[in-house]
Write a protein that binds this ligand. Sequence first.
Ligand SMILES: *[C@@H]1O[C@H](CO)[C@@H](O)[C@H](O)[C@H]1NC(C)=O
Ligand SMILES: *[C@@H]1O[C@H](CO)[C@@H](O)[C@H](O)[C@H]1NC(C)=O
Ligand SMILES: [Zn+2]
Length: 480
Amino acid sequence: MPMIGNKSRGHNSTSQALRTLLILCCLLQCHSRPHSYDSKPLSEISREVSKYSDIAQQIINLAVYGKAQKRSYERLAEFTDTIGNRVSGSKNLDLAIKYMYNALRQDGLENVHLEPVKIPHWVRGEESAVMLLPRIHTLAILGLGSSVGTPPAGIEAEVIVVDSFEELKKRASEAKGKIVVYNQPFVSYGETVAYRASGASEAAKVGAVASLIRSVTPFSINSPHTGWQWYEPGVVQIPTACITIEDAQMMARMARRGQRIVVRLTMAAQTLPDVDSFNTVAEITGSEHPEQVVLLSGHLDSWDVGQGAMDDGGGVAISWEALSVIRDLGLRPKRTLRTVLWSAEEPGGVGAAQYFQQHKANISNFDLVMESDLGTFSPLGLQFTGSDKARAIMKEVMKLLAAINVTSLEEHGEGTDINMWMKAGVPGASLHTADQRYFWFHHSDGDTMSVQNPEEMNLCSAVWAVVAYVVADLEEMLPR
Ligand SMILES: *[C@@H]1O[C@H](CO)[C@@H](O)[C@H](O)[C@H]1NC(C)=O
Ligand SMILES: *[C@@H]1O[C@H](CO)[C@@H](O)[C@H](O)[C@H]1NC(C)=O
Ligand SMILES: [Zn+2]
């Protein structure tokens, strides 16, 4: 217990007996230390939190039923209609950052500024794939982020279809010189995404010349879904793209019938040098502890298909809206509310990783980190990572959302952009919504404003604003 050690040090004139007594008193006192939730009984904290029920209701009224309703939706629609998609390294992402910087300032938020980061610049270029045998058929494809291109004339090769990495290993001797088609079933995103992330290197290890991966989605109307992929160091880099569920299943049927399949894949993809970019920041400065922070976030970059309205326009819009609602009500919490719109999440949380390096020196001042990056559908609750005591306090906070039925506090806060903080011990929360259809649209041309619903976004904004405000205004930071 270093606090006691520090306090009792330097009392050289005090007799040994007195010092012992002092230490004992200190030990006992610790249990009633006024300024720590670690030692405060939950019943007291619960009373403190319940005092926010009026404010929570004001926030809900404004965001869900009042003047601010549909505002996050309208803002997001105007943003995506104006800018379109905004992949890491693109001109469009620069435009998106400028747009948001101006919009946050015009909205009257405080300390709006940009923090420099370096981000990847991969460009898709022209791409196509044609099945030549057993019949001519154009495949709908999307090259995967970081993939190398093919020679200009393309790669023409026979196809081997596998359902899993295990099958590929068993049939390794058949794969040399071929294009590996993965027809893995969709189990869950977390599990199945391994095929997108490392399918190319696994195929290259057995001598394949390219890989085509069934899109990681449970549903398809012949829609390919892109995403980042990672080459394993020391393994030959082969071109890789995703294909649709329909085409993957068809080629699997053909292969089972013993038909010879030949595909020509042409991709002009290339990786250019990293470019300068920014994380975009806006705040409501805390009244008593401005250096202490509750962070709300979503990522501003998207894929280069669709409009990135869902991934992650929704997270961006509610992380902005939460501050607007709190500002509109004239509220200023004790701690700073900081909205961060990350750059370059899609290549693997690149902007957020640099933010962590830039700010980890102040980690003891980070109270709670929040991210919404799994859709802004009808909210169900929060996923939370933190100590048992912090969880118990957050459960009390969630009770303030009973009026909109969003009281559940689940396990495992997640989000590429906040994981580093949570691993380092900072409590973290991610928004959990009715996201059954999220992966239908994810990383595809289907990710447009038509996926978003204004009433659902109102509710998400209310959850975000209530949780962020109350945590930022409590007497103490959440215990670690
Ligand atoms: C850390 O916090 C202090 C006090 O708010 C601030 O002045 C300083 O710029 C912060 N440093 C970093 C690296 O964020
Ligand atoms: C919450 O649930 C109650 C009871 O099921 C229902 O009447 C009410 O409309 C719900 N409110 C919202 C905002 O969904
Ligand atoms: Zn995302």
